[in-house]
Design a protein around this ligand. Structure first.
Ligand SMILES: NC(=O)c1ccc[n+]([C@@H]2O[C@H](COP(=O)([O-])OP(=O)(O)OC[C@H]3O[C@@H](n4cnc5c(N)ncnc54)[C@H](OP(=O)(O)O)[C@@H]3O)[C@@H](O)[C@H]2O)c1
Length: 288
């Protein structure tokens, strides 16, 4: 029997690509969406080679109309959406002072408002069904603010807050589950995209007084990432395995880190309540 259906965003590469394949291999019915169908060839090859239950649909998380269209297509076919995975996202490492207003809008739109739009589009269907699971791929950057990542971290923190709040009343009132998956570094296209989005025409990430501070940060980041067995970086597939385990879990956590490194990095924030259960229960008790 076909298991649950899943709408996932950002499946052209990386975690989204690997998660779509892994879910389909486990017999989920996958609606793999991407903003640019010209990037669908790799996924199409895997679908054909393994006869996977994946349908590719266009969806740009910054475009409400494209989200509505994809959701309506799935509802017309299946009458329901069981799992929404908000995976689409993009990195950006630039100081708040030196980011342009357009860059600030963009990084927030892709990483935060896009998640709001997708949840808003799917929630009425999950509420009617009294069932559903929203999984957001956030980051350790959604729990711990890091240098030069204030705009990206701010957007990921916002996703964490959004999800926590929804879990306190939409969750238990309508049997809809919410999970934030929080990876550390992942070796995907992410860094390449982040660099191309962040650097100016001279290839600089920070200028003036910020330049030497950025240089120091970059050197330290490169040393840490390069260290043998540093554990900082996972593959997209390793992260996808955690996402799929969460999708299969009947009692999923509110939040989960995807590696030991990510757990250690966030420990000061999460030690007292690693999966967020205590927090949500305390807020529900306080509020109702
Ligand atoms: N890589 C890391 O170090 C890292 C660490 C922690 C968390 N994360 C999070 O993990 C998630 C997946 O990232 P990844 O590492 O797999 O990076 P990736 O390989 O760069 O994949 C990002 C995906 O998001 C898509 N995307 C970007 N803007 C979009 C939009 N407006 N509408 C729809 N899709 C859009 C990209 O599509 P295009 O191909 O069209 O650009 C791509 O499919 C992201 O939410 C990211 O923030 C990544």
């Amino acid at each position: 029997m076909m298991k649950k259906n899943v709408l996932i965003t950002g499946t052209s590469t990386g975690v989204g690509f690997e998660t779509a394949i892994l879910l389909a291999q486990k017999n989920f019915k996958v609606y793999a969406t991407m903003r640019n169908l010209a990037k669908a060839d790799a996924l199409k090859e895997r679908i054909a080679a393994e006869n996977l239950p994946i349908e590719i649909l266009p969806l740009d998380v910054t475009d409400n109309a494209s989200i509505e269209k994809a959701v309506n297509t799935i509802i017309r076919k299946d009458g329901r959406i069981d799992v929404l995975i908000n995976n689409a996202g993009a990195g950006f490492a630039k100081t708040l002072e030196q980011a342009t207003p357009a860059e600030i809008d963009w990084v927030t739109d892709v990483n935060y408002t896009g998640v709001v739009r997708c949840i808003k589009a799917v929630l009425p269907h999950m509420r009617t069904a009294r069932a559903g699971h929203v999984i957001n791929i956030t980051s350790v950057g959604g729990l711990v603010g890091q240098p030069f990542n204030e705009l990206y971290c701010g957007a990921k923190f916002a996703v964490e807050g959004l999800t926590e709040a929804l879990a306190t009343y939409v969750g238990h009132s309508f049997n809809i589950k919410f999970t934030n998956v929080e990876p550390g570094g992942i070796s995907t296209e992410f860094m390449k995209t982040a660099i191309s989005k962040t650097a100016n025409e001279k290839g600089e990430f920070a200028t003036g007084e910020y330049a030497p501070i950025f240089e120091k940060y970059l050197t330290s980041a490169q040393e840490r990432a390069g260290g043998e067995g540093s554990g900082v970086y996972q593959t997209g597939k390793e992260v996808a395995e955690v996402v799929v385990a969460v999708a299969e879990n009947e009692h999923p956590p509110l939040r989960i880190r995807t590696s030991q490194w990510a757990k250690d990095f966030c420990a000061l924030k999460t030690d007292s309540d690693p999966d967020g259960t205590k927090l949500v229960e305390a807020v529900i008790k306080y509020s109702f």
